[in-house]
Structures are given as C-alpha cells and as structure tokens.
Design a protein around this ligand. Structure first.
Ligand code: ZN
Length: 302
C-alpha cells in the first residue's frame, strides 16, 4: 500500500510566527506564510493524481496512491486559515491535535475541533504533551500519551479517534506498537516514504515534510509522486537520522543551542494539564524486531 502524505504545521499571516502553534524559531521554521501556503496548495492541487484521506487507505484497494495533506500540532491556524483554504481548493485535511494544549492561546479550542470534523476534516492525536523525544519514553508513558489524547478527542467529538501522528518525528516501531495498544489504527510519521507498513495492526504512513523555505514547486513535485524529489528528502532524512544516532543527546543540545532552546523555554506558559510525575521510569518494552538502546528511527523534529 502506498500514499503520498505531505506534512505541514501552521500557516501564519505576515510574519507573526508565534501567533499560532508552538512559539519560537525552531517551530517557526516549519510554519508557512499564508501566501506561500496558497502557492503550495495550488502546486499540489495541480500535481496530485488523486486526493484522499486516511479512510481511503484503510479501505484498501489498488488505486493510484492518494495525496494526503496533514497538519501537526493543533495550532489555531488550522481552524482560522488552513481549513478554509483547503475547502476552497476541494481538499479535506488531517489535523493532529496536541491535547494538553487544547483551548490554550495559539491552539484550537474544543469547539473548533468539533467544527473541523463537521466540515469533513480528519481529526487525530499528536500525543498529550508533545514529548521532545517520544521514542525515548518508557512504554507506559507512550501508551498513556496515545490513550489519553485519543480519549480526550473522542470525548470532544463524541466519536472514536483512531488516527495519530508522531510528535517531533521521533518514531520507532515501539512508538507504533504503543499506538496500536492504545487503539490507534493509522499512525503518520515523518519518514519520507510513500510505502505504508503495519506494526501490530496499526498502519504506519510516512510523510514528506514541507518547511517555510520549501519552494511550492517542491511540494508539487512531491505530490506528483515523481521519484527524484522524494529521493532527495529520503537522502537528507537518513543523513540526519545517522547524525542523531551518533550524536544522541549532543545532537539535541546542539539543536537547542542553534534555535535558542525554544521548546524548553517557550515564552508561552506551560500547559494546564500535565502528565503526572510517574516517578522512576517503567521498564521499557523491547522494540518489535529492533535492538534495545537508541532506536534507529530516533529523530528530533517538530
Ligand atoms: Zn509536532
């Protein structure tokens, strides 16, 4: 099974980068200015052979791989800007909500989530707290992040929420296994691949990430399914993955230094709903088919 899923975050008016989603320079590098996003959408709409949602994938079939548009974090721009632009172009998006931030400044409200779903958009979980390195979380914490966030959204929508995306791109098969244990049936990662796979019955779907400086023509080329632009992202992503595997915590420290420690010291106040202090970490469940220790898929990204 194949899919061409594109990963966006927030869309801002002018240069007000902190108005929506997580504040700071690192998250801002993943946000697009509105006119730039409109150019992306036009290019993607022209190039996409087939528009779809995750429901098309879960239904199966041998058709052309659909293009899926996804938006991480749950910033308020998903409601105030992105959804309307998508609808005008005949698209429906996938909005992944970080549930500890629901109703907080810069993030969507419960009512807005309900309205997005009523307008035909897909709502999924992006964890409760957006851990910096989800693949390093103990097993119990992983299951809690998926279970509680999906439960919050299911309560908001009065309907089951069974899809999710991995925060920070920190994917490992154990993260997917925990999602499966929490009842997630489809999980989006940040691995730039069109090939879907299954972990414990959960469909794992890669995505191609678009950033502030990504040209619209690149978004169109990725949506067209052409090999060369997809190969470029794949090579870059794997080089970065190797750097993280070698650098470990040093990579995190370097990235924090470069971006000014934005996630640790966000200007906005911390979320009201915090995960409880779990004391000593629970023993981790071994990765399905993967050696223990630092997971090969570890990455630090929004
Ligand atoms: Zn995120």
């Amino acid at each position: 099974m194949r899919a061409l899923a594109l990963l966006y975050h927030d869309v801002v008016e002018g240069d007000d980068w902190d108005a929506t989603g997580f504040p700071g320079p690192a998250p801002a590098s993943y946000k697009l200015e509105r006119r730039n996003f409109e150019s992306h959408l036009a290019a993607v709409s022209t190039a996409a052979a087939r528009r779809g949602t995750v429901s098309d994938l879960l239904r199966g079939g041998d058709e052309e791989p659909p293009v899926l548009l996804t938006f991480d974090d749950g910033g308020t721009s998903g409601y105030s800007c992105v959804a309307g632009l998508l609808e005008r172009s005949g698209w429906r998006g996938h909005f992944f909500i970080t549930t500890d931030y629901l109703d907080r400044p810069g993030f969507v409200t419960q009512g807005q989530v309900r309205e997005l779903a009523a307008r035909g958009h897909v709502i999924g979980t992006h964890s409760c707290s957006h851990p910096l390195r989800m693949s390093s979380c103990p097993w119990d914490r992983l299951v809690e992040e998926w279970t509680r966030s999906a439960g919050v959204l299911s309560d908001v929508l009065a309907a089951p929420v069974e899809i999710g995306s991995v925060p920070g791109g920190a994917y490992s098969p154990r993260v997917a296994a925990a999602a499966a244990a929490a009842g997630i049936t489809a999980l989006f990662t940040s691995e730039p691949t069109a090939r879907c796979r299954s972990v414990d019955g959960c469909l794992v779907i890669g995505r191609y990430s678009l950033r502030r400086r990504t040209p619209a023509r690149t978004a169109g080329a990725l949506a067209s399914g052409r090999l060369f632009p997809r190969l470029g992202q794949w090579c870059f992503w794997n080089c970065k993955k190797a750097a993280k595997a070698v650098g470990g915590d040093a990579y995190v420290a370097l990235r924090r230094w470069v971006y000014g420690g934005v996630l640790a010291g966000a200007r906005r106040s911390p979320p009201a709903r915090r995960l409880p202090d779990r004391g000593a970490p629970a023993p981790e469940r071994p990765e399905p088919g993967v050696q223990r220790g630092r997971a090969a898929g570890d990455q630090i990204r929004r």
